[in-house]
Design a protein around this ligand. Structure first.
Ligand SMILES: [Zn+2]
Length: 297
């Protein structure tokens, strides 16, 4: 796809700027999804509003990243400060969009992977906030991954994802994690692997194919373990950890009954699965080959 565009450096630069800006707008929509989906609220209606005074946010205050800078991170009406995380997620999505556009060989593959990464970002942040990977996102996404694969898309590593690879990926992702979780639960006597993680892995398999299973799981476990070690060291210095869950913003309308209560050293696995999936999209097996010295298909 890029041959015609990339032969003209000026045009290619302009296109890349647009692709980045497009990503930040997607990120802005994902912020709404992250905030509302756990409460089963519509992501389309009503429009964005201040969560404290409920004033609708003007369109030019709602521009990705810029809106946050114009307002100085505060509500225009009631001065309530907004988390810088909104702007960070918009920036992340801009960078993801740019990296996918530059690395994928055709526009269809770019759009499919943009959908996938959008869902990954939403799931990761909902998992951080609520210890939850909603079925409303994972299950339809497994189905979408399989449907997209009917028309065959390509990962930057050169792996073609066709319907066989997608179905095998979803099946392996689900069944292996389900078995691992079942065995681990029997051994330690409490839930070892959340049901959400299992469905998330099925979704990753549906989009990235069965070959992604071992590399993604290894990279997620490695980075999760490194993070966990740092967190244990950090929490020794700081007795009470302040999380987004108990700073009062969400507690107003949160139903705590079905919430998983983490221990102090618990970390959600979803964000690490998402990070590993992105790394696999961009670098394929070269990363895991460098780190573990393993060679996969
Ligand atoms: Zn306000």
């Amino acid at each position: 796809m890029h041959d015609a565009i990339s032969s003209n450096p000026t045009l290619f630069f302009i296109v890349k700027v647009f692709v980045f800006i497009f990503g930040t707008f997607i990120g802005s929509f994902l912020n709404v999804c992250i905030f509302r989906i756990p409460y089963r609220k519509s992501v389309l209606y009503p429009g964005s509003r201040c969560f404290l005074c409920l004033s609708p946010i003007k369109w030019y205050h709602n521009l990705p990243v810029l809106g946050y800078l114009i307002l100085g991170g505060k509500c225009h009406y009631c001065n309530q400060s907004f988390s810088a995380r909104y702007a960070v997620i918009e920036l992340i999505m801009g960078l993801i969009s740019l990296s996918l556009f530059v690395r994928t060989p055709d526009f269809y593959s770019y759009l499919v992977l943009m959908y996938f990464m959008g869902a990954v970002v939403v799931l990761s942040f909902i998992d951080i906030d609520h210890w939850l990977l909603p079925d409303r996102i994972t299950l339809p996404s497994v189905l979408l991954g399989v449907i997209f694969s009917v028309f065959v898309f390509v990962l930057p590593s050169g792996n073609y994802i066709d319907i066989k690879s997608s179905l095998a990926g979803a099946f392996i992702g689900f069944s292996v994690l389900f078995s691992l979780g079942f065995i681990a639960t029997k051994i330690i006597g409490k839930e070892a692997l959340g049901g959400g993680d299992i469905k998330f892995m099925a979704m990753i398999g549906a989009f990235l194919g069965w070959k992604a299973f071992i590399p993604v799981l290894l990279m997620a476990a490695l980075q999760g373990a490194i993070f966990g070690i740092f967190q244990i060291i950090y929490s020794k210095f700081r007795k009470k950890r302040l999380t987004l869950n108990n700073n009062g913003i969400y507690s107003v309308f949160k139903d705590k009954s079905d919430m998983f209560t983490p221990t102090s050293h618990h970390i959600p696995f979803g964000p690490f699965l998402g990070l590993a999936a992105y790394q696999y999209i961009i670098w394929g097996n070269s990363l895991i080959h460098t780190i573990f010295g393993l060679h996969f298909l």
